[in-house]
Design a protein around this ligand. Structure first.
Ligand code: HEM
Length: 540
């Protein structure tokens, strides 16, 4: 905080920005021609029509006409900040990732927080999941931890992602409603997808209404793999813990704030950083060896399950500090491209079928969102921490290419012109850890993914009374907006599987008869040991 105050008192950033702007020289066109008049079009007489030859006007207007780029298909509404990550001590026993080795080294980061369902101009305090995406500019290239503020997900297989998002987004015929969850299509889909039930508990909880981006947790969601220098692998779950603790607003507060100040979270983050009150989070790892993984009563590859901290506690390994606002919202917060495929040696994927689908989707969407295959050249996406540079390869040309490679050799192997050019580097290059792969080619889900209710029950029963009441109220409010009785009845049947109090509370709120007997799940819920760490208020 001493450092923070010094920054705040000696150099308010907004003033600096104004000063820089004033120093700009002559106004020019994009092609370098000085502009003499930026107020008037070229006309045939002062009251006459405008001349087609006014290339200065046309250039200005044409550039303006093309200012917007497509918004992200999901997570369109977001806010970002620069900062750094620093580990507390070397994690060499579990991973060879360079940014987790040296406590003296700070690794630059850019973080983007977001809502998922709303459009770019939507309100910050919708009941929704929040994105928590971190780009680490490490010396081994960019590592992106593209996470959320909820540790589980709606679906188990990426095949269902377009359906989930179509169900959540405004209905296609009339663009209504914008609210993430309060409508028929979302609940219709949810009621037909039993695997969604654990996630629903979180989305109907206070977690979906964070008080501030500075007061929310982040999770990698999927299980990943850590590999150390000896090649020993362990499973890992990533967690971000806010230094300010997890805090939420009430539903009533959220609706009022959305009306009065739809930029509530964006402003809160910006202003905290401007005044030097830098948001901080700690990185925690749940490291799970193969023997422990085999003993868990669920499948680590299933992204609708979490590992209770009572079973595998967090190992706190470092801190993330956000200490600089973007200079330009578009160039940084909008143009940043997070890729779950941005890995560094020492961190790898698992076969989680949701994660495996994400490995394709992000690069693919960014090809159109950012206009072609060269978006890695945008300043915010360049791996600025990496001494090897980037794009040191024989890929060439493409839309929005800004590099000017020399020479005629654009292939490898090559020998012309002295056989120059980049070569493979087995000593430092990325090598996937060898993993046995067998099995028939099938389009099928593992039976170990079959229990859709036990962890939903665990979450609900781990909440204190107030938190449970909020969940019941949220389900009641959201389902009360659903016109289809059939959908409401189906949802009540799921809630009955999760917990009797939850079910009867929502049924009473909706004024509906209880419907608990209608559903016979293949794997009924069973009771799990309590997990007090899942309660925010219980923890406080
Ligand atoms: C953004 C796809 C699941 C976190 C996106 C984008 C796509 C996408 C296409 C827009 C990217 C862009 O335009 O740059 C998918 C698919 C999923 C999936 C296909 C499942 C199959 C998840 C999960 C998480 C997550 C499980 C959390 C662990 C995010 C975040 C962003 C995002 C944080 C916003 C990144 C930013 O701020 O730019 N996702 N997603 N997604 N996704 Fe996913």
């Amino acid at each position: 905080h001493a450092q923070a105050q010094a920054t705040a008192t000696t150099k308010p950033k907004s003033e600096k920005r104004t000063a820089e702007a004033k120093e700009e020289g002559t106004l020019t066109t994009n092609h370098g021609l000085p502009v003499a008049d930026n107020q008037n079009q070229l006309k045939a007489g002062v009251r006459g029509p405008v001349l087609l030859e006014d290339f200065i006007f046309r250039e200005k207007m044409q550039h303006f006409d093309h200012e917007r780029i497509p918004e992200r298909i999901v997570h369109a509404r977001g806010s970002g900040a620069h900062g750094y990550f620093q580990c507390y001590e070397s994690q060499a026993d579990i991973t060879k990732a360079a940014f987790l080795q040296d406590p003296a080294k700070k690794t630059e980061v850019f973080v983007r927080f977001s809502t998922v369902a709303g459009e770019r101009g939507s309100a910050d305090l919708a009941r929704d999941v929040r994105g928590f995406a971190v780009k680490f500019y490490t010396k081994e290239g960019n590592y992106d931890l593209v996470g959320n503020n909820i540790p589980v997900f709606f679906i188990q297989d990426a095949m269902k992602f377009p359906d989930l998002v179509h169900a959540v987004k405004p209905e296609p015929h009339n663009g209504i409603p914008q609210a993430a969850s309060a409508h028929d299509t979302f609940w219709d889909f949810a009621s037909l997808m039993p695997e969604i039930n654990h996630m629903l508990m979180w989305v109907m909880s206070d977690r979906a209404l964070p008080r501030s981006y500075r007061m929310m947790e982040g999770f990698g969601v999927h299980t990943f793999r850590l590999i150390n220098a000896k090649g020993v692998a362990s499973f890992v779950k990533f967690h971000w813990r806010p230094k300010l603790g997890v805090q939420s607003v009430l539903w009533d507060e959220a609706t009022k704030i959305n009306g009065k100040d739809p930029d509530f979270h964006r402003k809160d983050l910006w202003e905290a950083i401007e005044r030097g009150d830098f948001p901080e989070y700690e990185l925690g790892l749940q490291v799970i060896d193969d023997a422990t993984a085999a003993k868990l009563e669920f499948d680590l590859l299933d992204p609708t399950k979490l590992v209770p901290e009572e079973i595998v506690p967090l190992r706190i390994v470092g801190k993330l500090v956000l200490n600089r606002n973007p200079d330009n919202f578009f160039a940084e917060t909008e143009q940043i491209a997070f890729l779950p495929t941005n890995l560094v040696p020492g961190i790898e994927f698992t076969n989680d079928p949701l994660l495996q689908g994400r490995l394709f989707s992000y690069q693919d969407t960014q090809l159109s969102r950012l206009g072609g295959p060269n978006f890695h050249q945008l300043p915010i996406n360049q791996p600025k921490g990496c001494p090897m540079g980037f794009g040191t390869n024989f890929q060439r040309d493409g839309m929005h290419q800004t590099m000017v490679p020399k020479g005629r050799v654009a292939y490898e192997p090559n020998s012309l012109d002295g056989g120059k050019g980049p070569r493979e580097n087995p000593a430092q290059g990325f090598i996937s850890a060898p993993e046995e792969m067998t099995g028939p080619k099938v389009r099928k889900r593992s039976e170990t993914f079959g229990d859709h209710y036990s962890q939903a029950r665990l979450f609900f029963r781990s909440q204190n009374e107030t938190e449970q009441r909020h969940i019941i109220n949220a389900f009641t409010f959201e389902l009360s907006k659903v016109q289809s009785k059939e959908v409401r009845v189906r949802m009540l049947a799921h809630l009955a599987q999760v917990d009797a109090t939850l079910h009867s509370g929502v049924a009473a709120g909706l004024g509906m008869k209880e419907t608990s007997e209608t559903l016979k799940p293949a794997v009924p819920a069973h009771d799990l040991p309590p997990s007090p760490s899942l309660s925010i208020l219980g923890k406080a």
